[in-house]
Design a protein around this ligand. Structure first.
Ligand SMILES: NC(=O)C1=CN([C@@H]2O[C@H](COP(=O)(O)OP(=O)(O)OC[C@H]3O[C@@H](n4cnc5c(N)ncnc54)[C@H](OP(=O)(O)O)[C@@H]3O)[C@@H](O)[C@H]2O)C=CC1
Ligand SMILES: CC(C)(CO)C(=O)C(=O)O
Length: 329
């Protein structure tokens, strides 16, 4: 099959490189110039697994404007706030027979994708796998091959032949895909998970294992899970897990699967980039407001993340002003 990956960052590279290794034709489309330039200059991307075996994998990557292929499936892995720009710049290459698959965190992407793709060709899901971009053209797949899992569902909740073909290719890559027929329940399970783990680990600059080792972690998780479930249930979503199962999943992924991982939100915060919090905790707050439900803890955490972003960005820009003045003196 022919896959084109929109976003050659951490997760885009993980999916694209493994789909390519499984025998598919894979192209990448990227808007981040340093990444494009580095990959062109190196003749590919450096791939490691758990910081080991760093090796060069040849990949084809171009800007949206230079892309004129016609893939069977688009695989979309941008940050939520980058997606609208990616889509409008690549729109000339989209058509009605193409499928689109995304496992981005947060909510907001589905509506944007539906502006370009047929509802019956949209598959979305979640990826319980950690990946780190060390820098342009250099990616680290965290966790042993086949250790992670993913869930996916058709927007229409009606799998067709192509859905099964896509699942077969994902299986070959050992992504362990679980196909469900509950679209919103599948996506929101990960939003709830990320609203606890990504947000708290980011605020306290700790790994998932350090969070789970805190004796009060279950109390913190329960409060956020309860509020999130109160919101989702008001919206009529059939959640995949019970509240207790969701807590068990937070603990399993944090203690066993990825104890040493700093979630992707931390990776953004620590590099003074904006985070996806408005699409995770912020999404739950806005959804609650539709039903006059005040998701107070999620609102508070959303503010705390923005406060930390603002503080860090102000500190970074004052350091760069001082450095510039020293250079000029
Ligand atoms: N990483 C993970 O483990 C997981 C991520 N996801 C989700 O997948 C989607 C894609 O995320 P992900 O693949 O992590 O993100 P990316 O690796 O694609 O993010 C890279 C973006 O960050 C910015 N950036 C700038 N400088 C650097 C640098 N030195 N190193 C890395 N990035 C830099 C660039 O954007 P700019 O120039 O605009 O700053 C770049 O486009 C998101 O929705 C995410 O939540 C889901 C599961 C796991
Ligand atoms: C790897 C995982 C599951 C950890 O929360 C993730 O989604 C992230 O880092 O954003």
């Amino acid at each position: 099959m022919h896959f084109t990956v929109l976003g050659a960052g951490a997760m885009g590279l993980r999916y694209g490189v493994l789909l390519q290794e499984a025998g598919n034709q894979v192209d990448f489309v990227e808007t981040w110039t340093p990444n494009l330039e580095k990959i062109h200059q190196q003749g590919g991307v450096y791939v490691s697994r758990d910081h080991q075996n760093r090796h060069l994998v040849p990949v084809t990557v171009v800007t949206p404007e230079d892309y004129h292929g016609d893939p069977d499936v688009w695989v979309v892995f941008t940050k939520q706030m980058q997606l609208a720009d990616f889509l409008s710049r690549t729109a000339h290459a989209f058509n009605d027979h193409q499928y689109v698959l995304t496992c981005m965190n947060g909510m907001g992407h589905v509506e944007k994708l539906l502006n370009y793709f047929q509802p019956e060709k949209l598959l979305a899901g979640t990826a319980l796998v950690a990946t780190v971009l060390n820098g342009p053209g250099d990616v680290d797949f965290i966790g042993a091959r086949g250790a992670g899992t993913m869930n996916l569902a058709n927007y229409t909740e009606q799998p067709d032949d192509m859905t099964h073909k896509i699942v077969t290719e994902l299986k070959k890559c050992q992504f362990n895909p679980n196909l469900t027929t509950n679209f919103r329940g599948t996506l929101l399970a990960k939003v709830v998970f990320n609203s606890v783990v990504n947000t708290l680990c980011t605020l306290f600059e700790i790994t998932m294992g350090e969070f789970a080792a805190y004796p009060g972690a279950d109390d913190l998780s329960r409060q956020l899970i309860d509020e999130a479930y109160d919101v989702c249930e008001r919206d009529g979503v059939t959640m995949l897990n019970t509240r207790e199962e969701e807590l068990a999943s937070v603990n399993y992924v944090s203690q066993v699967a990825n104890p040493l991982h700093y979630p992707s939100m931390y990776q953004d915060m620590s590099h003074n980039r904006p985070t996806e919090v408005d699409y995770i905790n912020g999404y739950l707050v806005r959804l609650g407001q539709k039903y006059h439900y005040d998701a107070k803890t999620h609102a508070f955490l959303t503010h705390l993340v923005h406060l930390a972003e603002t503080t860090r960005q102000a500190a970074a820009s004052s350091t760069s002003t001082v450095t510039q003045k020293q250079a000029e003196a």
